[in-house]
Write a protein that binds this ligand. Structure first.
Ligand code: UD1
Ligand code: PEP
Length: 421
């Protein structure tokens, strides 16, 4: 197992290129199953999650080639069963459900495993597919879908759940509906940029979709889809994580190859705190401010503040000499990083789904345990500003979602080393 040893205090300065989005790449790779033709996806980040999705496509029968950021898929003949051994390692494997339903109309996909960030049901995915006329059975941990041509038709549905809309649920229903006869209207759709990116790829494949990027998506089913090429959007969460690092210490950094409009909720909070933020068409620069004020934020669906940035802002709050509060509404239990940060001396009081952070107190490096992807990134951030050495264990969480994080931080001046135990 690998860990990251972070030596705190080394100032950050310079520029860093942001990689392609993990959360766009995963459903877009799954969408290549919708056609027999060749699809070429560019700017796919080199991550264990994207490599795992490539493996799933291969196991389902597709020919897949990967050369650095370019993945070429030809899914001429595909299997209809994605068993537990295949999907268990990654929750996002569930996004093969929509394409398999759309293309084969009959499939079995095992339910993905549990997740430390909280309960992650798939009832809304199934509700959407049922609305399209699919019969669904969940038994023995498997989802079996049967959508005969006669009943598989466009429909109007609402996918809003009690914690907001569902990103992968919207993706799955959209990927099935593109091949369902007639009109599908998804009300309460997720408006995240990654959903819009998937829709843009599907449109290049011949799908008829309007409204992606809003809460109402209208899809006119077509008979078949064709091969297409697509470049995935920049990873707004990786970008936001680097913005936190740049605000926390050093002499200013610039993140490049980003879409600043996707980061508005994040840069708005940073500006309000008093961090100097400069935005161009495709870059954002930030520097620390010793007089920065605390913030109060609540995670919400896009365009609200992303839950995937919550842990990193918790680390940021630890260095602001003020009180900040963070309320998590999407995954109310997503606070595994708090106990670890407290081991480093952070002053955080967690009441239900709200963390109250008194920043500015001296923290000290400690061995910490990463529990999930963003929590791990937050612990690395905390380690960067903390006196002494912080060992972030279970590095595989970071490798799920950050392309070469240690190399990129090192290029900015951070002192860290990856060691195998
Ligand atoms: C690969 C990927 O893109 N992952 C992202 C995606 O996950 P994912 O798409 O799995 O998350 P959802 O948007 O579905 O979850 C949002 C909320 O809806 C609930 N829910 C979801 C589905 C369902 O059928 N029923 C239900 O109640 C969830 O428990 C959660 O409270 O969006 C999350 C919310 O922005 C992000 O944190 C993840 O990084
Ligand atoms: C929670 C995340 O991913 P996933 O949905 O794949 O677990 C994330 O990217 O922060």
């Amino acid at each position: 197992m690998e860990k990251l040893i972070v030596h705190g205090g080394a100032p950050l300065k310079g520029r860093v290129n942001i990689s392609g989005s993990k959360n766009s790449s995963l459903p877009i790779l799954a969408a290549t199953l919708l056609t027999k033709d060749t699809c070429t996806i560019r700017r796919v980040p080199d991550l264990s999650d994207t490599n795992y999705m490539v493996r799933i496509l291969g196991e389902l029968g597709a020919e897949v080639e990967r050369a650095s950021g370019v993945v070429v898929v030809k899914a001429e003949k595909i299997k209809s069963v994605a068993p537990y051994e295949l999907v268990r390692k990654m929750r996002a494997s569930i996004c093969v459900l929509g394409p398999l339903t759309g293309r084969l109309r009959k499939c079995t996909v095992s339910l993905p495993g549990g997740c430390v960030i909280g309960d992650r049901p798939v009832d809304l995915h199934l509700k959407g597919l049922e609305a399209l006329g699919a019969e669904i059975q969940v038994e023995g941990g498997d989802i079996s879908v049967n959508a005969p041509k006669k009943t598989f038709k466009g429909a109007t549905m609402n996918l809003m759940g009690k914690h907001g809309s569902t990103v992968l649920g919207t993706d799955n229903v959209m990927m099935a509906a593109v091949l369902a006869k007639g009109t599908t209207i998804i009300e309460g759709a997720a408006a995240e940029p990654e959903v819009e990116d998937l829709a843009n790829f599907l449109i290049k494949m011949g799908a008829k979709i309007e409204g992606a990027g809003s809460n109402r998506i209208v899809i006119e089913g077509v008979k078949e889809l064709i091969g297409a090429e697509h470049t995935v959007i920049p990873d707004r969460i990786e970008a936001g994580t680097f913005l936190c690092a740049g605000a926390m210490l050093g002499d200013g950094i610039t993140i490049k190859r980003v879409m600043p409009e996707h980061l508005k909720s994040v840069t708005d909070v940073l500006k309000k705190c008093g961090f100097p933020v400069e935005i161009t068409k495709d870059s954002i620069s930030i520097a620390p401010n010793p007089n920065a004020k605390g913030f109060d934020l609540t995670t919400l669906c896009y365009p609200g503040f992303p839950t995937d940035m919550q842990a990193q802002f918790c680390a940021l709050a630890c260095v602001i000499n003020d009180v900040s509060t963070i309320t998590e509404t999407i995954f109310p239990q997503r606070f595994m990083h708090v106990a670890e940060m407290k081991r480093m001396g952070a002053q955080i009081d967690l009441q239900g789904a709200t963390a109250r952070i008194r920043g500015g107190s001296k923290m000290k490096g400690a061995p910490v345990m990463a529990s999930d992807l963003r929590a791990s990134a937050a612990l690395v951030l905390a380690g960067l500003v903390t006196e002494g050495k912080t060992d972030v264990n279970r590095l595989y969480h970071i490798d799920r979602g950050y392309e070469h994080l240690d190399d990129k931080l090192a290029s900015l001046g951070a002192q860290l080393e990856r060691v195998r135990e």
